[in-house]
Write a protein that binds this ligand. Sequence first.
Ligand code: F6P
Length: 200
Amino acid sequence: PRPILLTRHGESQDNVRGRIGGDTAISEKGELYSEKLANFVRKRLKSERAASIWTSTLQRTILTASPIVGFPKIQWRALDEINAGVCDGMTYEEIKKNMPEEYEYVDNSSRKKDKLRYRYPRGESYLDVIQRLEPVIIELERQRAPVVVISHQAVLRALYAYFADRPLKEVPHIEMPLHTIIEIQMGVTGVVEKRYKLMD
Ligand code: F6P
């Protein structure tokens, strides 16, 4: 069975500032992760000539992929992070202050209502993200060679939940830490998962 490797981009400038969305570059720490990831991929996919690297169209994933050489890279708009609409570029604190009525939905730690269905004004919900991922999933299923998917927190929660067969309502709450690779292998007996935390 061929592996699918899922990872978030290396830490971005916006991650450092706690801003959601945006299209910033990666930090020095993020760059370090990109090097470690490239090393890991080189060793793990040594004899896998047909493997490919999939990123979103946002800088932080493209930069994270850049030290990886020898494999084709494909950019998917469908792998872009959840669109936070009017909240794009804000911190959770700013949303709390400026839009208190939105905050109870948006807050990362205590979304009390329906995080799966909550749609940012002029943006997307997790359900919207799950829907737009369909072509990516079809293509991932069709691939015979390994794929490295470098994407974003919300998108990877949705992809991971699909392959790990986790219930829809859990999707927005799945832990998806930075600088960690989730390897998924689909065998006859089901899905085998390994995690590699390359750095903090
Ligand atoms: O903070 C990084 C980030 O990728 C944001 O761009 C995005 O809005 C958020 O994570 C998604 O996580 P949550 O839905 O838990 O806020």
